[in-house]
Unconditional design. Structure first.
Ligand code: SAM
Length: 256
């Protein structure tokens, strides 16, 4: 009999947020990859405005802050992450131009054509890749850029176990050519697309393994937490087994 496996999206948000609280990043990514993506963006000045959507505690936002002269607004739905974000900005002396605000990516507080760059690492899946590209476009100036990471299939065919898992966790997962076509259709010139190295996932899963021990102690006997940890372990196990079939991809486009 096939058992129905849970994905981390099936759990109480408080558990998920507590697990990822006080971490540098809440998803797969690294300063090197943020800088690599940033190298495709031209023309940023001290007058430019960037929004980092689903910024979490701001690991990647601080890299943007330290490597551009721009004003940057980080938006996240979880207030504790935004508190940590603003503490991070202060500790790096970026607080005058890097600010975190609580907000919903489905209803962003920006004016039309206010932004020069929209950034979103490991977060656009919350609204859906295609919907996010379409709905956020109006906030960009003409010629402004969007840079997002998205979980993506590397091949047309894959084993049922991994197909079924991601189909349930994120039905919008698709291949690179299909994602690029969605970007073009949404009104962007696709500028660059590249696959992030495996190490961004392995580092992320290694961090999770270390965090689990303390987390299980903190919530000893809590069945929901045990199930959450099991689901996380299963996701990581699948990654190591099937990593040739999927991974994170950076998609960078320019509003036309
Ligand atoms: N960008 C960060 C990083 O790469 O470390 C965080 C990525 S984390 C996987 C996804 C983030 O999206 C979380 O911080 C979560 O709170 C945020 N999020 C989820 N739904 C959201 C929504 N509707 N509006 C704004 N943020 C949201």
């Amino acid at each position: 009999m096939k058992t129905e496996k849970q994905t981390i999206h099936d759990f109480d948000l408080n558990i998920i947020y507590d697990f990822f609280s006080n971490s540098e990043r809440q998803g797969p990514g690294s300063p090197e990859e943020t800088l690599r993506a940033l190298s495709f963006i031209n023309g940023l000045t001290e007058k430019s405005k960037i929004a980092d959507i689903g910024c979490g505690t701001g690991g990647q936002t601080m890299v943007l802050g330290q490597n551009t002269p721009c004003e940057i607004i980080g938006v996240d739905a979880w207030p504790d992450f935004i508190d940590q974000f603003n503490q991070n900005a202060r500790s790096k002396n970026l607080q005058n131009r890097v600010k975190g605000i609580v907000g919903n990516m489905e209803n962003l507080p920006f004016e039309e054509e206010e932004l020069d760059l929209i950034w979103s690492e490991g977060a656009i899946y919350n609204i859906g890749f295609e919907r996010g590209l379409n709905e956020w476009r109006k906030f960009l100036k003409k010629g402004g850029y969007i840079a997002v990471t998205e979980n993506t299939w590397f091949s047309e065919e894959r084993p049922d176990e991994i197909q079924d898992f991601w189909q349930k966790a994120y039905p919008e997962i698709d291949t690179i050519p299909n994602k690029v076509a969605q970007m073009q259709k949404a009104g962007y010139l696709p500028i660059a697309t590249y696959v992030l190295p495996e190490t961004i996932w392995t580092a992320y899963y290694t961090w999770q393994t270390l965090r689990r021990e303390a987390f299980l102690k903190k919530y000893a006997g809590n069945k929901a937490v045990e199930k959450f940890i099991d689901a996380q372990r299963y996701e990581a196990e699948l990654y190591y087994k099937y990593k040739e079939y999927y991974g994170y991809v950076f998609y960078i486009g320019k509003k036309i």
